[in-house]
Design a protein around this ligand. Structure first.
Ligand code: 13P
Length: 250
């Protein structure tokens, strides 16, 4: 069975609650595509108003991060149960900005992935190489290592239901997109890694996104690749362009 495309916006640290409501309103008619799963991953404080604002539409909501504990003395952190109760269904885990600025390691991210599943949240697990790694020719080895480490003790059934986002760090927010060949090559290698860890059926079922300056101009070509099942979109998710991506041309 063909995999359903999933187009997710990662708003990052943008949009106050009132701006968030206005953005949902602006995008409302533009993101209406019943053939595609559409997700807005938003700052924690925007989850409640955005869930309210997307009611009755095809859009689901995700968190951009979460903590690994159930509750307690972790000032400033957001528990998975809070995200679920607020009405979000997805959570981004291991974005390169969190790996870099907040020192999140694969060991820690593995705990987050397991915790997300425990609470019925669908993880959007991010991986990606730096420019130095690409130039050194170690991209595929690095990505395989990230995936294997982050998915320790995740069952095949869980893996089949999740989303992996391939985001080359050098393409994030730079306007520099990976070529379709580069993006397809890595997404294919991710699928092969899943087949290696689990089996073919799991690899066929998992959805793999490309992220890194995906926009209204390059989305059609990227989304036409056999192993690219969607996009994780930063900058362009805050603009009407996002609607064009959701309605990519086949
Ligand atoms: P840009 O689309 O702004 O490059 O960001 C990509 C990204 O990091 C999505 O998670």
């Amino acid at each position: 069975m063909a995999r359903r495309k999933i187009i997710a916006g990662n708003w990052k640290m943008n949009m106050t609650p009132s701006e968030a409501k206005a953005l949902v309103e602006t995008l409302k008619d533009l993101v209406n595509n019943p053939e595609v799963d559409v997700v807005y991953c938003v700052p924690a404080i925007d989850i409640v108003p955005v869930v309210e604002a997307v009611k009755g539409t095809n859009v689901e909501v995700g968190a951009e991060n979460m903590y690994i504990e159930e509750k307690g003395a972790y000032t400033g952190e957001i528990a998975p149960a809070m995200i679920v109760d607020a009405g979000a269904k997805y959570v981004i885990i291991g974005h390169s900005e969190r790996r870099e600025y907040f020192n999140e390691t694969d060991e820690f991210l593995n705990k987050k992935v397991l915790k997300a599943f425990e609470h019925g949240l669908t993880p959007i697990l991010c991986c990606g190489e730096s420019l130095e790694q690409r130039e050194a020719g170690v991209t595929l080895d690095w990505i395989r290592l990230q995936i294997k480490s982050d998915l320790q003790n995740v069952t095949a059934e869980q893996a089949a239901s999740m989303v992996i986002a391939y985001e080359p760090i050098w393409a994030i927010g730079t306007g520099k997109t990976a070529t379709t060949e580069q993006a397809q090559e890595v997404c294919k290698a991710i699928r092969e890694t899943i087949a290696e860890i689990y089996d073919e059926a799991t690899a066929e079922s998992i959805r793999i996104q490309y992220g890194g300056s995906m926009n209204a101009k390059n989305c059609d070509e990227l989304l036409a690749q056999p192993d690219i099942d969607g996009g994780l979109i930063g900058g362009a998710s805050l603009k009407p362009d996002f609607g064009r991506i959701v309605n990519y041309q086949k």
